[in-house]
Design a protein around this ligand. Structure first.
Ligand SMILES: [Zn+2]
Ligand SMILES: [Zn+2]
Length: 264
């Protein structure tokens, strides 16, 4: 039974898949729950790109989906909030006004530069890039309140070839601080399977997940980061296997920002 907690719809400006089609596909795939996590990125480094949503319209559409399909699948209203150190307060205010079930805190812009187009990596060694990325992440964990999990924790490897060669193991001292901070705040991480589609690597290595487990981490969501209908719950069976092998017995779902633990 799968619970996909990272799904984009036509409410994200980089996604054309209709929410209705996604829900129908999720039912066909027999997903138990689907959580829409459309993009909101304030102060994105390219002013021409607008990652924002009309919450009223978003809510109405999700309510419509619940009315139409709610007897076959549970549909949650989430968000993928693009976080940066200087906007944590603004993001908190926005989420507090929105009645969301679940919020992913994701870094898409670091050092005020874009990760996706590679600007962030220019004039930095991979190690400098990693240290800066984790520094901003830690700041955001300490200062941003209204989120549940960190999105695609090792996104640097997704967008940059040299960064992909770095070993997370070389940053375990920093990662330990980040995990402890998350655990103390009852927050967690997601396992984002999108990188398995492109590069056949998990964005969090087995050993990094093991470190999280050993530190007492319990909150874990699974997300396909789908921008099309066909990638829902992609390779979740494989992730379940890894989690069980490490010792995890549960994954996490959310409703009104409160966690529920589901046996795997
Ligand atoms: Zn993202
Ligand atoms: Zn996403």
């Amino acid at each position: 039974m799968y619970y996909d907690y990272h799904v984009h719809s036509h409410f994200s400006s980089d996604c054309e898949a209709e929410m209705k089609d996604i829900v129908e596909k999720a039912i066909e795939f027999q997903l138990k729950e689907i959580c829409f996590t459309d993009h909101v990125d304030y102060d994105y480094c390219h002013p021409s790109i607008n990652f924002d949503i009309d919450v009223k319209e978003y809510t109405q559409y999700i309510d419509l989906m619940r009315n139409r399909y709610g007897d076959r699948i549970k549909i949650l209203k989430g968000l993928e909030m693009g976080i940066q150190p200087h906007i944590t307060e603004k993001c908190d205010r926005f989420i507090e006004s929105g009645d969301f079930d679940f919020v992913i805190s994701s870094i898409h812009t670091c050092d005020r530069k874009d990760l996706y187009n590679g600007d962030f990596f220019k004039a930095k060694t991979s190690r400098e890039a990693y240290l800066k990325y984790f520094e901003e992440m830690l700041y955001c964990i300490k200062n941003f309140k209204n989120f549940n999990v960190i999105g695609h924790l090792n996104i640097l490897g997704r967008y940059n070839g040299d960064a992909a060669k770095e070993k997370l193991e070389d940053y375990f001292d920093v990662l330990e601080v980040i995990f402890k901070e998350l655990i103390n705040r009852n927050k967690g991480i997601e396992i984002n399977t999108s990188s398995l589609r492109y590069k056949d690597i998990l964005l969090l290595s087995f050993d990094a997940l093991k470190l999280y487990y050993e530190l007492g981490g319990k909150v874990i969501t699974l997300g396909s980061d789908s921008h099309t209908v066909n990638t829902l719950a992609y390779k979740f069976d494989y992730v379940y296997e890894i989690l069980r092998e490490i010792g995890f017995e549960y994954i996490t779902t959310f409703e009104k920002m409160e966690p529920k633990f589901i046996e795997i």
